[in-house]
Design a protein around this ligand. Structure first.
Ligand SMILES: *[C@@H]1O[C@H](CO)[C@@H](O)[C@H](O)[C@H]1NC(C)=O
Ligand SMILES: *[C@@H]1O[C@H](CO)[C@@H](O)[C@H](O)[C@H]1NC(C)=O
Ligand SMILES: *[C@@H]1O[C@H](CO)[C@@H](O)[C@H](O)[C@H]1NC(C)=O
Ligand SMILES: *[C@@H]1O[C@H](CO)[C@@H](O)[C@H](O)[C@H]1NC(C)=O
Ligand SMILES: *[C@@H]1O[C@H](CO)[C@@H](O)[C@H](O)[C@H]1NC(C)=O
Ligand SMILES: *[C@@H]1O[C@H](CO)[C@@H](O)[C@H](O)[C@H]1NC(C)=O
Length: 171
């Protein structure tokens, strides 16, 4: 009886260390490598991301953010939808923003309203996917010349990228 319990616990511990466990709260970073690293600073061509509110429109986008930021938004993922916390338009109020349905050729967007179940997931526990596809994210020049995250952007400015969920900021 004791042995069976011991074997079960050992097996669970081995499984837990063999695979990166999905963090419950994480940052999103872009990188041009799909394989995970234990230290997000070491991801190739890594960039931190933050929320972006061009012209005080209701929907927030995600833009690339270099060193020198004040803080980075964190995310959770439930029901195929990303959730984050941000101030409302003109900095008034704090809301839970939820990702909207992902559309090819458009920014990944967040609204401060309930959203239906989406197609987002963390493949392998870390790689952001849409309906199971991990390669389709692009960095495109968007409003105000910011580099924003789009799904399958087709604009000439767009470059392919991967989006990783990481527990520590890369810089
Ligand atoms: C991650 O890697 C960077 C760059 O090599 C290094 O400066 C940093 O100390 C590392 N962080 C940890 C937690 O090991
Ligand atoms: C990823 O970025 C690095 C550094 O910018 C570059 O050397 C490398 O060629 C890129 N790899 C791919 C597959 O784009
Ligand atoms: C996530 O971000 C929110 C809002 O900035 C903050 O209140 C919270 O402490 C953060 N949670 C974690 C686990 O970092
Ligand atoms: C993901 O799958 C759902 C359900 O089949 C579909 O409605 C949606 O358009 C798909 N999203 C993308 C970006 O392909
Ligand atoms: C975002 O979605 C959650 C449920 O997933 C909901 O509880 C929350 O109220 C939504 N945010 C807003 C501002 O409506
Ligand atoms: C796409 O990659 C090219 C070549 O590396 C670079 O000049 C351009 O700034 C990149 N575009 C974006 C939106 O990051």
């Amino acid at each position: 009886m004791f042995n069976t319990f011991f074997i079960l616990v050992s097996t669970l511990l081995a499984l837990a260390t063999a695979y990166p466990s999905t963090p419950s709260t994480f940052y999103l970073v872009t990188t041009n490598q799909s394989a995970p690293t234990t230290n997000s600073s070491l991801l190739r061509a890594v960039s931190a991301t933050s929320l972006f509110d061009p012209y005080y429109r209701p929907a927030l986008a995600i833009r690339l953010t270099g060193p020198g930021y004040g803080s980075l938004p964190n995310f959770t993922l439930t029901d195929g939808t990303l959730h984050t916390t941000a101030a409302g338009p003109h900095g008034i109020g704090i809301y839970e923003y939820n990702s909207t349905a992902v559309v090819a050729g458009q920014e990944l967007q967040f609204l401060a309203s309930p959203q239906p179940v989406g197609g987002l997931a963390l493949s392998g526990g870390y790689l952001l996917s849409v309906n199971g596809t991990t390669n389709g994210w692009t960095i495109c020049v968007g409003e105000l010349e910011q580099d924003v995250l789009e799904w399958m952007g087709t604009d000439a400015s767009c470059n392919a990228t991967y989006v990783h969920a990481v527990t520590a900021a890369p810089y």
